[in-house]
Write a new protein. Structure first.
Length: 220
């Protein structure tokens, strides 16, 4: 995978997770700050949500931002959410944007306000600092922090996962819902995340032992 392996592996992992859970969602879906909606593997996230009734992209101005495409919505997550967007979507999806927003709690609140049911976020727990013109890099997220953010916005976590690639970035994918009971038995089984990035400083033997342990039945 060349020199960008540390960026490619977590993206590939998160795409695989999204391919697994996205078909479970119906109704109106919004990819917030989705730029061109590209999954960086030659596909588009819209194609993951095969059961959506509609699919909308929002973007902020600046580099890798608003393009003026048909039905694209301009949106600054650090500002008060326009009334017309409150509860406007069944599912709100946001991939690796929150680390670039300084007022992250406001941004997270807006994601939750936009949804009438579900919010899906993909964020870095560990990743090389990366900045571009008009894009700064502020935050990294633990699973505990994400759970608190969902709880603050009266949403319950219904799914969480993280990759464990060695010498690569670590992403967390977490799904929260305003109706968590609705998703019992529908979302994939999972273990609450407790020791992500456990590969740091481990030997090959330790990783093999951990792999064997991880193959034990998961909690529903």
């Amino acid at each position: 995978m060349g020199i960008d392996r540390k960026f490619r592996l977590p993206r590939i992992w998160s795409n695989e997770v999204l391919k697994k859970i996205a078909p479970l969602f119906t109704g109106k879906v919004a990819n917030v700050s989705g730029w061109k909606d590209e999954d960086k593997q030659g596909g588009f996230y819209q194609d993951y949500f095969v059961n959506a009734s509609s699919y909308t992209i929002t973007n902020y101005e600046g580099c890798r931002g608003f393009q003026g495409e048909k039905d694209e919505i301009p949106l600054d997550l650090e500002k008060e959410l326009p009334n017309k967007l409150i509860g406007a979507f069944d599912v709100v999806f946001n991939h690796t944007t929150l680390e670039h927003i300084y007022e992250v709690r406001t941004a997270f609140k807006n994601l939750c306000l936009m949804s009438s049911d579900t919010v899906i976020v993909v964020v870095p727990f560990a990743q090389t600092q990366h900045e571009q013109e008009n894009i700064q890099d502020f935050w990294r997220f633990t699973p505990t922090a994400l759970r608190r953010l969902f709880d603050e916005n009266e949403m319950g976590v219904v799914y969480e996962a993280a990759n464990d690639d060695r010498n690569a970035g670590i992403y967390v994918t977490m799904v929260g819902s305003k109706n968590p009971d609705k998703w019992i038995g529908k979302m994939p089984s999972y273990r609450p995340l407790k020791e992500i990035a456990w590969t740091l400083g481990t030997s090959r033997l330790q990783r093999i032992k951990r792999f064997i342990k991880r193959r034990m039945p998961e909690r529903a």
